[in-house]
Every structure is written in structure tokens, then in C-alpha cells.
Write a protein that binds this ligand. Structure first.
Ligand code: UDP
Ligand code: MN
Length: 240
């Protein structure tokens, strides 16, 4: 059969959480043989999320962890790292083959990227749209090989890629028990790639040699000011 796709989605409580998970989940309903690992960064499980996942027809796994408090205090937080790591640990305990991908709850995915990433042997990479002023972050491909990276923020990274721009073979991960993602803002992807020990020459370019954008780093505008849920009805009701 098809190798399974393990999709790790970090998420956290806010008004936009269930809408984001709804969009991401409905995208994944177009993909075969998916295990959707929704990993929440929260002190307690958000009821609406657990209920949403229980109602879903998808094969879902719910995990909950919290970002370590020392990082929560700083302004520029390593967002999604603790919960992505929880997802990786779940895969280490439960998966034996297939491919893993980090799908943030707020990004936009063309299902063709899932069809292609499923066949990743080590690490595959592909363009991500709406990253920095340049508008795209992508490997540069020459004769089918990755020869460099185009990204608006190189910052001495060996692998200047977006979190949404790569997939990893599960067996390849399992053979590297020390692979992990650092709590280092801006360097999470680079650190993870380095910990895997992948060589640039081994990277498998997808999306027709990185000529197609099939993932976008979209960001949802915050609902400001957030309307307290229990006041919504009264507010509308008073105008009837
Ligand atoms: N996230 C999280 N905890 C946080 C903030 C964000 O788990 O405190 C998740 C969020 O749901 C998303 C990912 O981490 O899946 C990246 O966060 P965000 O989208 O805010 O970052 P950006 O895309 O703006 O870099
Ligand atoms: Mn985001």
C-alpha cells in the first residue's frame, strides 16, 4: 500500500484555532493514508479542539505539551518547537515507515505536495510561497540537484529553508535518534536539518524541480479585539 504520511501540526489556543484546524484538516481529507498529529501548546487541552478531532473522519492523534516557561517569557518565542518535538517523539514510538511533514495550522497546502512528498527517501525539499519580502523561499536546483538556496534571510544558515519546505522519511529519522529541533528562533529548520546530518547533495527536490509553489506561509490576521465568546449573542441580540 501507500507509505503513510505523518503530518505534525503544532497549534495553540486562540480564537482562530478551530478555523485554522478546520482548513488544514479539510485539506488533509483530500490525501490518502494520513495520520494527522495535532500537537497543542497549552497548559490544558482545549475542549473545542479535542471535540473537533473526535468528530473528524481523519485518523487523528492529539498531543499536548507546553512551551518551556523560560521561552514563553521572551518576546520572540520559539513557536511550535515543543509541540513539534512531541510529534517527533510520538513518531519514534509508533511509526516504522512512511514520511513526516510539519504542517503549521495556518499555512496553505496544495494537495499535490502531499502526493509527491510521500515518496521521500531521505529528505525532500520544495518552494514555500509568501516567505520574506522576496515572496518565496526555495532550493535552487540544477540538473536535478540542490545547489543552493534562495531565501530572504540566509543568516549564515546551512539550510535556509522554511518549516513548510521539507519532508523527512520516517526510517531515516528513526536511524538518527539524536535528531531534534533547537529552541532557537529562526534556526529551528537549519538545526533540525543539521541534526539529521543530511547532505545538500542528498536532498530530493520536489514540485517539478522546485518550479512550482504548492505551499504558502500564509498568516491569519488576529481577530482584534477578540470578542468574548459568551458575549457574541447578546451583542447581536441587542440589535434585533
Ligand atoms: N504556535 C504554537 N505556540 C505558540 C505560537 C504558535 O504552538 O505560542 C504554533 C502555531 O499554531 C503554528 C506554528 O506554531 O502552527 C508557528 O506559529 P505562527 O504561525 O504563529 O508563526 P509564524 O508563521 O508567524 O512564523
Ligand atoms: Mn504561521
Amino acid at each position: 500500500g501507500l507509505p503513510p504520511l505523518y503530518i505534525i501540526t503544532p497549534t495553540y489556543p486562540r480564537a482562530e484555532q478551530v478555523p485554522e484546524l478546520t482548513r488544514t484538516g479539510q485539506t488533509l481529507m483530500h490525501v490518502n493514508n494520513v495520520v494527522w498529529i495535532v500537537s497543542e501548546d497549552a497548559a490544558v487541552a482545549t475542549k473545542a479542539v479535542v471535540q473537533y478531532l473526535n468528530e473528524s473522519i481523519l485518523n487523528t492523534i492529539y498531543l499536548r505539551v507546553q512551551m518551556p516557561v523560560k521561552y514563553k517569557k521572551v518576546k520572540n518565542k520559539p513557536r511550535g518547537v515543543a509541540n513539534r518535538m512531541a510529534g517527533l517523539n510520538w513518531i519514534r514510538e509508533h511509526a516504522k515507515d512512511g514520511v513526516l511533514y510539519f504542517a503549521d495550522d495556518d499555512n496553505t497546502y496544495d494537495i499535490r505536495i502531499f502526493q509527491q512528498m510521500r515518496w521521500t527517501r531521505k529528505v525532500s525539499m520544495f518552494p514555500v510561497g509568501l516567505v520574506t519580502k522576496l515572496g518565496v523561499s526555495t532550493p535552487i536546483v540544477k540538473e536535478g540537484k540542490v545547489v543552493g538556496f534562495y531565501d530572504g534571510w540566509i543568516a549564515k544558515r546551512k539550510f535556509p529553508v522554511d518549516m513548510a519546505g521539507f519532508a523527512v522519511n520516517v526510517q531515516y529519522l528513526l536511524e538518527r535518534p539524536l535528531a531534534s529541533m533547537p529552541y532557537k528562533v529562526g534556526y529551528e529548520e537549519d538545526g533540525f536539518m543539521k541534526s539529521l546530518g543530511i547532505k545538500a547533495s542528498e536532498i530530493e527536490p520536489l514540485a517539478f524541480n522546485c518550479t512550482k509553489i504548492w505551499v504558502w506561509h500564509t498568516q491569519t490576521k488576529k481577530n482584534e479585539p477578540a470578542i468574548p465568546v459568551n458575549r457574541t449573542r447578546a451583542t447581536f441580540g441587542s440589535n434585533l
